[in-house]
Design a protein around this ligand. Structure first.
Ligand code: SF4
Length: 255
């Protein structure tokens, strides 16, 4: 029987990317195999003991792992039909591909579009689930700010570009794909240029979202506005659809 380790299920609006502002039910998976310096979901790095369900009528906790039927029942309590999207997010959902596939099929059949938010590195896992996904929202991680979790024999500065490119090729089987790149004061121009070359070689029309890091918690500063504008202008020389979209849900003060 397929089961999932989830951290939380809650209703809000999409705060990032091209579908910003759309009503979204979030299903957040436990565990992540990366460590992004600016991560705002560190509580998801390890599998969770219980899943918090912030349903109408009061929050409750369901012990992990959860059966797919119980997850679907918990989601239905939010009135799925009024949500434009279900976001499968994390943590890293693709560490649990069987659960992603089962939840996407079950909830997608009930109306909302299924949007997968992923760090964009686990290409074999994506291949197993992509037919059940409507929108793949993948990150393009920059080695200046992102490390792999645990002990690794790899050079910590080794870039993620080749893995992202393989992942993107598979993601294009979904109805819609977008790429999010979090940019910070330490972001190097060359990292963004390399990303743009990889994306352009696959399809320069794929939307690329530059998301300036939000200065909250341990993050002290966003990148200078002048640099953000310079990155936008530079990437537009190679890519057809580059947008700057900051996180909006934090401005409103919701999850
Ligand atoms: S991939 Fe996502 S959940 Fe994992 S550390 Fe990075 S931002 Fe956090």
């Amino acid at each position: 029987m397929t089961e999932a380790n989830l951290v939380e299920i809650f209703s809000s609006f999409q705060g990032e990317g091209p579908h910003v502002g759309c009503s979204t039910l979030f299903v957040r998976f436990g565990e992540c195999d990366l460590r992004c310096r600016w991560c705002d979901s560190a509580h998801t790095w390890k599998p969770a003991a219980a899943c918090r369900v912030d349903a109408p009528g009061g929050a409750r906790e369901l012990p992990n792992p959860l059966a797919i039927d119980d997850i679907v029942a918990a989601c239905e309590a939010f009135d799925l039909s009024r949500h434009r999207f279900v976001s499968l997010t994390g943590g890293e959902p693709l560490l649990q591909p069987e659960a992603v596939d089962a939840i996407a099929k079950a909830l997608g059949a009930r109306g909302p579009r299924i949007l997968l938010e992923t760090h964009g590195l686990l290409d074999a896992a994506l291949a197993r689930v992509v037919d059940a996904i409507d929108v793949v929202s993948m990150d393009w991680k920059l080695a200046s700010e992102v490390r792999r979790a645990g002990r690794s024999t790899r050079d910590p500065r080794e870039p993620f570009d080749a893995e992202h490119a393989r992942f993107l090729e598979i993601a294009l089987r979904a109805e819609e794909v977008c790429i999010k790149v979090v940019v910070a004061p330490s972001t190097e121009d060359e990292e963004l240029e390399t990303m743009a070359r990889h994306v352009a070689a696959i399809d320069p029309a794929i939307p690329v979202i530059l998301q300036p890091v939000t200065p909250v918690g341990p993050v002290e500063a966003a990148p200078d506005p002048e640099r953000v504008l310079a990155w936008l202008a530079s990437l537009e020389r190679t890519l057809h659809d580059v947008r700057v979209i900051p996180q909006t849900h934090k401005q409103v003060g919701v999850a």
